[in-house]
Structures are given as C-alpha cells and as structure tokens.
Design a protein. Structure first.
Length: 112
C-alpha cells in the first residue's frame, strides 16, 4: 500500500491544499512496516489537481489534518481513501501509528 502525507517543516501540513511537499510511504500491511519513503514537492495549488496528481503517483491512502468536501469527493472518485483529523506530527510517526492501529484522529479541521 502507498500512503501520502502532506508535509510542511517536517510535520503534517495543516493546510492540505497548500502544502509544500508530500511524503509517500510504501508500507507492508502484513508486517506493519515502512518499506520505502519518498519526499516529493507538491505541484502548484490548483483546485481539484491534487487527487489526480496523487493517483498518478499510486497513492491509495491520504492521511491529513483536514480537507474540503470537494477534495474528499475527488479522492473517492480516484479510489483513494482519506483519513482526516491526524495530528501535526512528523509523517513517519503518523504512518507508524496508523500501521500499529493506534493513530489518534480528531475532527476534520477544514471548514470549506
């Protein structure tokens, strides 16, 4: 499985649509381990672009703090699962907590 996490300054970016980069994690769900990590600059912000861009990079799950309803629907149309309400921690910590089954999430912090 490939997980994408928006990043800013080494932590989960709180404004998903305007994050400077994404960290992609290739994970083995059976062994619950990260097998590869790649940091990639995000494209310039354009409404509706990120779901297709992340799909083209084979993301299957996006873990974010929050995002708007339109983005959620677009991810769904690309077959990408979205997990919202993640804390502003380093992406690797977030993915490790997800794999261990103890990632604590809260409300979608986006209001649009």
């Amino acid at each position: 499985m490939r997980i994408a996490v928006p990043q800013a300054n080494g932590r989960l970016a709180q404004h998903f649509g305007h994050c400077p980069e994404f960290v992609f994690f290739d994970v083995d769900l059976e062994s619950k381990t990260i097998v590869a990590k790649e940091v990639t600059a995000a494209p310039e912000h354009q409404p509706g672009l990120l779901p297709a861009w992340l799909a083209s990079r084979n993301a299957q799950l996006v873990i974010a703090g929050g995002m708007g309803g339109r983005a959620i629907a677009l991810f769904d149309s690309h077959g990408i699962q979205v997990l919202l309400g993640a804390p502003p921690e380093p992406p690797e910590n977030i993915v490790q907590a997800y794999l261990a089954g103890n990632l604590r999430t809260g409300a979608n912090i986006c209001d649009h």
